[in-house]
Write a protein that binds this ligand. Structure first.
Ligand code: NAD
Length: 264
C-alpha cells in the first residue's frame, strides 16, 4: 500500500466507540496505509470495537485493562505474533471516578487519586516498557493530554494532576528511549464530546467557551486530531520527541479570554 504510514505497524489502545479520539487517529492512520492492531476494555466495548476494526481491516488483539498487567502483556505478545514488531503505539486511555470530576480538586480521595494517576499516567509507562521490546527499528509512542495539565480548568480536578504527570512522563520516556530511535510525544486536544468527556461536569459550557475564545473560533474534531497524529506517528515527525503538541484551535495561546456568546 502507499501513503504516509505505508509499511508501518501500529497498536491503538483506547477505542470505546466511533466518537473516541483513538478512533479518529486509527482512521487517519489506516487511510495512510498503516496496518493496525486494536484493543478493547471489557466485553461491553468488544462489541463496539470489532465492527470498527473491520471497517479499517484492522486486527483486534484482545482485551486490555491497564490495571491488569497480564492483559497488557497479552496484547503486546499478540502484536509480536501478528506483525513481528511494532512501529507505533497510540495510548488514548484515562479514567477518574465521575463524582470527582465535579466540584473541588481538594476533595479528591486517596483511592481515586491512586486510580486516576495509575490508569491515566502510569499505564503509558507500562505500555512503553512493552513497546520498547517490539520497536527494534525505532518507533513512535503517542499519548493524549489536555490543557487542564497546564492551567486550572473547572471540574477537571485530579485528571489535571494526572495529565501534568503524564506530560512529564512523556519527557522522561523521550530521553530513556531516544537512543533506540523511539520517539515519545503527546497531543493536547481541545475538548471533544466523547464518552470520557461526558463524565466531566458542565462539559457543554467548556465546549462553548472554547468555541468563542479559540483563535479559530471553533472546537476540534477527532478526525482533525487524527490528522495531527499522523505528523508525530509518521516519518514526517522523525526529529520530534518529548513534545506536547496542541490541537485545540489555538485556545492555549490566548491570554485574555473574552466570551461574547449570548447564551453563556
Ligand atoms: P473515550 O471514552 O472514547 O476513550 C477513553 C478510553 O479509555 C476508553 O476506550 C476506555 O476503555 C479507556 N480506558 C479507561 N480505563 C481503562 C483501563 N483501566 N484500561 C484500559 N482502557 C481504559 O474518550 P476520549 O475523550 O477519546 O479519551 C481518549 C484520551 O483523550 C484520554 O486520555 C482523554 O483524557 C484524552 N483527551 C480527551 C479530550 C476530550 O475532550 N474528549 C481532550 C483532551 C484529551
Amino acid at each position: 500500500s502507499r501513503g504516509l504510514m505505508a509499511g508501518k505497524r501500529g497498536l491503538v489502545m483506547g477505542i470505546a466507540n466511533n466518537r473516541s479520539i483513538a478512533w479518529g487517529i486509527a482512521r487517519a492512520c489506516a487511510a495512510e496505509g498503516a496496518s493496525l492492531a486494536l484493543t478493547y476494555q471489557g466485553d461491553a466495548l468488544k462489541k463496539r470495537v470489532e465492527p470498527l476494526a473491520e471497517q479499517l481491516g484492522a486486527t483486534v488483539v484482545g482485551h486490555c485493562d491497564v490495571t491488569d498487567p497480564d492483559t497488557i502483556d497479552s496484547v503486546f505478545d499478540e502484536c509480536g505474533r501478528l506483525f513481528g514488531g511494532l512501529d507505533f503505539v497510540v495510548h488514548a486511555i484515562a479514567f477518574s471516578d465521575k463524582d470527582q470530576l465535579d466540584g473541588r480538586y481538594i476533595d479528591t480521595t486517596p483511592d481515586n487519586f491512586d486510580k486516576s494517576l495509575f490508569i491515566s499516567c502510569y499505564s503509558f509507562t507500562a505500555i512503553a516498557q512493552r513497546a520498547e521490546k517490539l520497536m527494534t527499528d525505532g518507533g513512535s509512542l503517542l499519548t493524549l493530554t489536555y490543557y487542564g495539565a497546564e492551567k486550572v480548568m473547572p471540574h477537571y480536578n485530579v485528571m489535571g494532576v494526572a495529565k501534568a504527570a503524564l506530560e512529564a512522563s512523556v519527557r522522561y520516556l523521550a530521553v530513556d528511549l531516544g537512543a533506540r530511535g523511539i520517539r515519545v510525544n503527546a497531543l493536547s486536544a481541545g475538548p471533544i464530546k466523547t464518552l470520557a468527556a461526558s463524565g466531566i461536569g458542565d462539559f457543554r459550557y467548556i465546549l462553548k467557551w472554547n468555541e468563542y475564545n479559540a483563535p479559530l473560533k471553533r472546537t476540534v474534531t477527532i478526525d482533525e486530531v487524527g490528522q495531527s497524529a499522523l505528523y508525530l506517528l509518521s516519518d514526517m515527525g522523525r526529529a520530534v520527541t518529548g513534545e506536547v503538541h496542541h490541537v485545540d484551535s489555538g485556545y492555549h495561546v490566548v491570554g485574555m479570554k473574552a466570551v461574547d456568546a449570548p447564551d453563556i
